[in-house]
Design a protein around this ligand. Structure first.
Ligand code: NAD
Length: 281
């Protein structure tokens, strides 16, 4: 396993599992399977409505809480709630999260950031992140915050490697966590010729080559899978290394295109979506 060192000296695993779109039983089963395979990084969110199942999976696994790097995200509808972090911890059945994101730059995100900063000072949150924020919005936080964010979570994959954002984050010692690391399973990305060629060379799958490219590019990855074989495979990427020439060859598939293009109006409207977080199974 490779680790990424955050700007507050915390170390986090570079590969884990994400449970976006998973029902509670699916999330619980996928996380239990991942923890058995040695995965120690889990990415969930208030809005995924599976935080309680995530907490159950951790408890059932028998793995010590301190060995797991647990990540969640506050949804915009709770950015002004003073107890938003405590309610998140209660659902996850834990005293702290290792990394807590603001999920979207919508609603009163400056107040949301202050709530996470307070929780950071109280030891309830060990690192702070921003998800789906633009460079301009990240700059605003950096200029005004007391605790500089450690991590940014955005869509990133070989079709959209986030070159400009990465250069910006490097200046501030902030890391990038890639969502849709496998292009949300898009076959045209996974089956690009260069990945098929390198998969044959290293005796790996195309998905493993893509995930290895991420890690060598410095990205933390949280691929999603309900399939135990894929969960195992997605973590088995630390016994081979792509050469510089191969990394350069992969860079050529960059199309500068995202899968998810939200308009500013769509992002702003996230603040009006108020999921019933506490009713989840
Ligand atoms: P992904 O790129 O990880 O792709 C997942 C899909 O790829 C799966 O449905 C599966 O069909 C396929 N897949 C997985 N492993 C495979 C393998 N080894 N071989 C072949 N196919 C494989 O996309 P995702 O799951 O949607 O995103 C990953 C995680 O990113 C989410 O679970 C979530 O934690 C995070 N995320 C965050 C945001 C955000 O706004 N912050 C948005 C989307 C996703």
């Amino acid at each position: 396993m490779n680790y990424f060192t955050l700007n507050n000296e915390t170390k986090m695993p570079m590969a884990g599992i994400g449970v976006f779109t998973f029902t509670p039983p699916e999330a619980q089963s996928a996380i239990e399977s991942a923890l058995k395979d040695g995965v120690r990084l889990i990415d969930t969110a208030n809005a995924y409505m599976n935080e309680k199942a995530t907490g159950r999976a951790i408890r059932n696994s028998g793995v010590e809480r301190g060995e797991i790097f647990l990540v969640s995200k506050l949804w915009p509808s709770v950015y002004e709630d003073e107890d938003a972090v405590e309610k998140t911890l209660a659902r996850l059945d834990t005293d702290y999260v290792d990394l807590l994101f603001l999920h979207q730059p919508a609603g009163n995100w400056k107040k949301g950031y202050q709530i996470i900063e307070k929780a950071y000072k109280e030891g309830k949150v060990k690192a702070i992140g921003l998800s789906n924020f633009s460079i301009e919005q990240i700059k605003e936080i950096i200029d005004e915050c007391e605790v500089r964010p450690q991590m940014v979570q955005v869509e990133a994959h070989p079709y959209f490697p986030q070159t400009e954002l990465k250069a910006f984050l490097a200046k501030y010692g902030m890391g990038l966590m890639a969502w849709y690391p496998l292009g949300h399973g898009d076959k045209s990305l996974i089956e690009e010729e260069v990945f098929t060629k390198l998969a044959a060379k290293y005796g790996k799958s195309n998905a493993q080559v893509i995930l290895r490219w991420h890690v060598q590019s410095g990205n933390v990855i949280i691929p999603g899978s309900r399939n135990p074989k894929h969960i195992h495979e997605n973590f088995d990427i630390f016994d081979f290394e792509l050469t510089q020439e191969e990394m350069a060859e992969i860079a050529k598939v960059d199309k500068n295109t995202r899968y998810y293009n939200a308009t500013p109006e769509q992002v702003a409207a996230y603040a009006d979506i108020n999921p019933p977080f506490d009713t989840q199974e």
